[in-house]
Structures are given as structure tokens and as C-alpha cells.
Ligand binder design. Structure first.
Ligand SMILES: [Zn+2]
Length: 328
């Protein structure tokens, strides 16, 4: 199959999956503890976004048809905007150039073909090309190396950016900083200074939605983290530097001071959690790919966030499964 174009059999598979998906959808809702059918359109006065994170599109496991199914279901929610939360491609961090270009073509081709809603993008670790030089075979001198590849793919000037819509200011942050052959999570100094200035310039009455790939605050990592086992009780809980922003305290203090940040959306963990602290709500929104297209992860099905934002800074959120059934 040529990359970026669904074959007829893929299309049939997609339709079959979409039909079979009804039962999975109900199961997914049950697993998440809610069973209400989402309203067909956002309530009057609200602005609806769909937050699709951790798509991890790839040629394997029917991921292209999965993304098409997710986009179809997302558009049935009648959003004004779809925001992707990073890790839109399976991985170009460690990929060779040919594979990286293949994944980019697959993502852009599917989005172009299957999505008619405006899109905005945040950058995730897997969208950064070649930072693991030994595995990707890069030198670091390539013109599109690293975050340039991600920015070009998403059509953005810089890996962090801001825009206003529906009376809200959206801030897409870049969580990912280099650490050896890998990464760690924080805002570098230039980005942090930019954010401080941006929030200071934003009226206190204008609600702000922050989107970061890696959560600024999230506790779901403790469900699979260390320590584990009766013999470890009494030791520190560990959230590693790649799992949650290491500058979380700095950022939360900044949000508290600025008084306009209402909502912070993230992905990366592929699990769903929500915590509200000092008037700021932090939501981690599962993954379009579930367990990297191998099924639900810890009972969380493949899905995305649907958020209705009102100009007064209040919002409603739900995690919406789209009924994907993993192909074995
Ligand atoms: Zn991911």
C-alpha cells in the first residue's frame, strides 16, 4: 500500500471497525465511569475543542485507519477546533530518515484526507527527529534535525506558540528538552520567559488553556511507577523526569500569580487523570492510540478529550472513546 493513501480494503476494514466499535464504545464509557451520550453540538455560548493526543500513527496495526476513525468520531462531536497534543507520529526520535519521512507523509496525508476542522498542534517527544543520533543515524547538522522536523510537519514557526479563539487564549508549550540521547521535561529559559511575558500581557479576565505534551501535574504515573511492593513502603514515590514537568512547581506558581490559567491539557501518559489545584485544572487525556495501537492501556480505551469552553473561564470535559478495536 502506498503511504498516505488508504486502499479499498483498508476502507472496508475501517467501516467494519466503525460498526464493531459501538460495543467497545459502550464498554469504554463504562470503564471510565460515565455513560451519557455526548451532545451533538456544543451548548450555546460555548466553544468546543477536541484534544487528540498520542496518535502515534504508523503503517502497522491499522493505525492509519484508526486515526481516520478517530477523526470521523471527533468531527461528529462538531468541534470548532481540533488540537493535537503531541506524539502524532509513532516515533521519529530514534528513526532513520526514510522511516521518519514515511511517518510524516502518513500523518499529513490522513489529516488532509479525513479532517475538515481547523487543526492546531503541540509538539511531543516522538515528533522530534533524530535526537537519538546513534539509532537514527543522524549527525545533528541536518537542516531539519530535531524540533525543526516537528515544526515543519505541523506548519509552525517555533515549537511553542499561542493563539486566541472563542474568548480563550491557548498556549501550546514545548515540554521536551534534551538529556543525553533522551529527553527530560521542562520549559527552557527562553520559553519560560516568553510564557511569563505572555501571561502578564493577558488580561486576568481572559481565560487561558495551556496545552503541553508532557503533563505539568499528573498522578497517573504513580499507578505504574516506583516503588512497588510491600518491601518498598515508606520510601519516596518516584515520578521520573520524562513523565512529568520537572518545573511543575515553578509553572504552578506562575499560573497562580497570573490568575488567568484555568485549564492545562496534556497527554504522554496514555492514561486519563484530572486534578484541580488553586483554580487550575490539570487534565491528562488518554491516547488516540491507546496502548500504541495494541488495545486499551490499563482499561483506558483509545480516545480523546472533548472540551466545551465558555468565555467566563468555566468548561466541561469528557474523555470520549471512539470504538477502535485493536488489530492483532
Ligand atoms: Zn505517546
Amino acid at each position: 500500500m502506498q503511504q498516505g493513501h488508504a486502499s479499498a480494503s483498508d476502507r472496508r476494514d475501517f467501516l467494519r471497525t466503525a460498526i464493531a466499535g459501538g460495543a467497545a464504545l459502550a464498554a469504554g464509557r463504562a470503564a471510565l465511569g460515565h455513560d451519557r451520550v455526548p451532545p451533538a453540538a456544543p451548548p450555546a455560548g460555548a466553544f468546543r475543542i477536541v484534544h487528540m493526543t498520542d496518535i502515534h500513527v504508523q503503517p502497522e496495526l491499522g493505525a492509519e485507519a484508526g486515526l481516520a476513525a478517530a477523526l470521523a468520531h471527533a468531527q461528529r462531536q462538531k468541534p470548532d477546533l481540533i488540537v493535537t497534543g503531541g506524539d502524532s507520529v509513532m516515533d521519529v526520535f530514534e528513526a532513520k530518515r526514510g522511516r521518519a519521512e514515511e511517518l510524516r507523509a502518513l500523518l499529513l496525508g490522513t489529516l488532509k484526507r479525513e479532517c475538515s476542522v481547523p487543526l492546531r498542534h503541540a509538539v511531543g517527544n516522538h515528533d522530534i527527529f533524530g535526537w537519538n543520533k546513534s539509532r537514527s543515524g543522524t549527525s545533528g547538522t541536518e537542516a531539519d534535525w530535531g524540533k525543526r522536523f516537528a515544526c515543519d510537519m505541523f506548519g509552525i514557526e517555533r515549537s511553542y506558540h499561542s493563539f486566541d479563539q472563542g474568548g480563550w487564549r491557548f498556549v501550546c508549550l514545548d515540554s521536551v528538552q534534551p538529556k543525553g540521547d533522551g529527553y527530560t521535561a521542562y520549559l527552557d529559559e527562553a520559553q519560560h520567559d516568553w510564557l511569563v511575558r505572555l501571561l502578564a500581557e493577558t488580561p486576568r479576565t481572559m481565560p487561558v488553556c495551556v496545552v503541553s505534551h508532557i503533563p505539568i501535574m499528573s498522578l497517573t504515573t504513580l499507578t505504574f511507577g516506583k516503588p512497588r511492593g510491600r518491601d518498598k513502603v515508606g520510601e519516596d514515590n518516584v515520578i521520573t523526569n520524562g513523565e512529568m514537568h520537572t518545573d511543575a512547581t515553578l509553572l504552578h506558581d506562575l499560573f497562580k500569580r497570573s490568575g488567568n490559567v484555568r485549564l492545562c491539557l496534556s497527554g504522554h501518559i496514555h492514561l486519563v487523570d484530572r486534578c484541580a489545584i488553586d483554580g487550575v485544572t490539570y487534565i491528562c487525556d488518554g491516547a488516540v492510540s491507546g496502548s500504541w495501537w495494541k488495545g486499551p492501556l490499563q482499561g483506558i480505551p483509545e480516545g480523546f478529550g472533548v472540551i466545551d469552553l465558555r468565555p467566563d473561564g468555566t468548561f466541561d470535559h469528557r474523555y470520549e472513546a471512539y470504538g477502535w478495536q485493536a488489530r492483532k
